[in-house]
Design a protein around this ligand. Structure first.
Ligand code: PAF
Length: 278
């Protein structure tokens, strides 16, 4: 496994396009957990060469405190990656990715005016900036993203369509802790008590899925909010029940459309997201 911080070294180890070798790419911000590892393992199974990037992208953080406390543990990340059989790890410094400030403004229309886009202004523009740059460097055939970041996946698919990039976006299932809590690098920032209580988020979503035929959509959203907020460790930022392709809120259940319930919940100071397809 080659570890490099420079674009030129990374490129010198990528297979030539004429070789016909398939490149799989997993972009990450490090603090790797089983969720990330499942993406890398899938990439290793489906491609000849796998590149993982570990880069905490400053342009996607709308809150400087969040950027500062984002967990970083490169040594542990590299140990985990070594076991996956991935070939190249790209660990650039900020000025390698952004030698000049990135002033590009993307427009994702209604996809970015809801949920994370509404509550974290500029977040998805930063995600699109870094992912488009990384795609340009790595030139992957396939790139792997987790469904926990449901809206991020929709944004990235839209970006790939807008820029007509020749990359297949592979959506991978949410990996959960035994308690049901969706795996996230941010879970590391929770105290033991917070982590235990945070499991109520997913447990409530699983319960809600059973209730979808009994309650109207607005009543169900209210029930989810109230159930989570009853726990003193938790405070709901939003509960949205949306169409899974347009991400627009739905008022009624329509058997033709797939709907997904997305939530953002503060557990103490730590903001967690999760979702479930109904
Ligand atoms: O999902 C993440 O970890 C990040 O948003 C990504 C896709 C690596 C871009 O920085």
């Amino acid at each position: 496994m080659l570890i490099t911080a420079t674009i030129s070294e990374l490129k010198s180890h990528l297979p030539m396009p004429s070789s016909g070798k398939q490149i799989g790419f997993v972009p990450t911000m490090g603090a790797l957990h089983r969720g990330h590892i499942s993406l890398v393992e899938q990439a290793v199974n489906e491609n000849d060469t796998v590149v993982v990037s570990v880069f905490v992208n400053p342009t996607q953080f709308n809150d400087p405190k969040d950027l500062e406390r984002y967990p970083r543990n490169l040594e542990a990340d590299l140990r985990l990656l070594e076991e996956t059989g991935c070939h190249l790890v790209f660990v650039p410094a900020v000025n390698e990715v952004y030698p000049e400030p990135d002033t590009r403004k993307f427009n994702f229309g209604d996809l970015e005016t809801v949920m994370e886009g509404k509550h974290r202004p500029g977040h998805f523009n930063g995600v699109a900036q870094v992912v488009s740059k990384l795609f340009d460097i790595v030139q992957p055939h396939r790139a792997y993203f987790g469904l926990k970041d449901f809206q991020q996946l929709a944004i990235i698919k839209n970006m790939v369509a807008q820029l007509q990039l020749p990359v297949e976006i592979v959506s991978c299932p949410i990996i959960r802790e035994e308690s049901g809590l969706a795996m996230s690098s941010r879970n590391e920032l929770l105290t033991a008590d917070e982590r235990k209580n945070a499991a109520l988020i997913s447990q409530t979503l699983f319960e809600a899925k059973k209730l979808i035929t009994e309650k109207s959509v607005p009543t169900l959203a209210e029930w989810i909010t109230e159930t989570i907020n009853k726990n003193p460790f938790l405070c709901v930022e939003y509960v949205e029940i949306v169409d899974s392709s347009t991400l627009q809120p739905v008022e009624n259940r329509n058997s033709n459309e797939e709907i997904v319930c997305c939530v953002a919940v503060f557990c103490g100071k730590i903001r967690l997201i999760d979702n479930i397809v109904f």
